[in-house]
Design a protein around this ligand. Sequence first.
Ligand code: PMP
Length: 420
Amino acid sequence: MRSEELYKKALKLFPGGVNSPIRAFSPYPFFVKKANGSKIISVDNISYTDYCMSYGAMLFGHAYHPIVDAVNGAIENGSLFGAPSEKEVELAELISRHITSMEMMRFVNSGAEATMHAIRVARGYTNRMKIVKFEGCYHGAYDSMLVKAGSGATTFGVPNSLGVPEGAVKNTIVIPYNNLEKVESVIKSNADEIAAIIIEPVIGNAGLILPKEGYLQKLREISRDNDILLIFDEVITGFRLAFGGAQEYFGIKADLVTYGKVVGGGLPFAIFGGRRDVMENLSPKGKVYQAGTYSGNPLSVSVALHVVKELRKRSNSIYSELDRNCRTISRALRELVEKEEIDANVNSIASMFQIFFTKNDVIDYASALTSNTTIFKKYFSGLLSAKIFTPPSQFETCFLSLAHTKEDVNTTVETLSEVM
Ligand code: PMP
């Protein structure tokens, strides 16, 4: 197999043979030739129905023509300017008009950059240094957030990475998700020292974990009452749970919000933004420094402009369509769990789902960790052999796209039945 050959070469060139840890799996990952719609095609010409969807980035599916056209149209006029351009203003106006919490924003290139800078501006604004984060939430691979981090950090057993200086994490307070008492007690014992609470409103990086009824609303209340900024990390949920992301879905206005993945349509693009009085502290207006050579580059901005415009126009139908397909798959999974008497639970919301091989309801990181990852690996390999590609780890989430057809969904349900 060509993939196996490439993997052998890659192992000598890249640590673990990959350029991001979660791409590695046993015995070897398939190498991609191309991707189109709901399919990802390997160098061995195997076509997989893709529920990884670039870890949630490809809401429109792969090689979506209007996005391809947007890139081609933009690159003709130059790929990087080092000076502002008109489309940046158009995009920011569109976002702030429709997502009211986004009074001001900055465009960056990755989710990690977005959350890192949101945290810095929160610290600069409040002049406090402590940040509350939740176990199993992942905000990017940088020092202060690599504490009990989900995603690949959990999959490969490094939720607290080596190489992170003690000083870099001493201001990171980590508490369990879905537990308001812990939030209250941590605020009490760190009075006037906490700058912000950062949260994935729906966790997509420890498998899929949903907030308990009223949890996020109460978190909003507590943070407001204590003058602590609430940062919604919507790198996964933004433009996916609804056009207005988790803020719209749960009816909550955060102080700062980060976006990535969907909004960039597959190009490196992310946004952080929110309250004007906070964002105005960024350089050159304020004294919090943030910068980037590729920030607001014309290729990503052109694509994002298309993504936001099209999602806005079609928001009445597309989110319900995604929801319907996701319900069909997650319902089938739940029925199979029951019928085959498997110790497993299925979590799902909007266009996201995941199965956990544990008897326990998965409501936080600790319960996610009770899953049997050996069984998960068999499940993943079974699906892969049947030409369905899901993220290879228990601690990731499956994603539907608008390119998944009814036929894809029906075939997937049949395959799941064999695999389970
Ligand atoms: N926040 C969340 C919620 C994420 O899921 C991710 C990536 N999976 C990030 C931040 C980091 O984004 P990136 O990989 O683009 O740096």
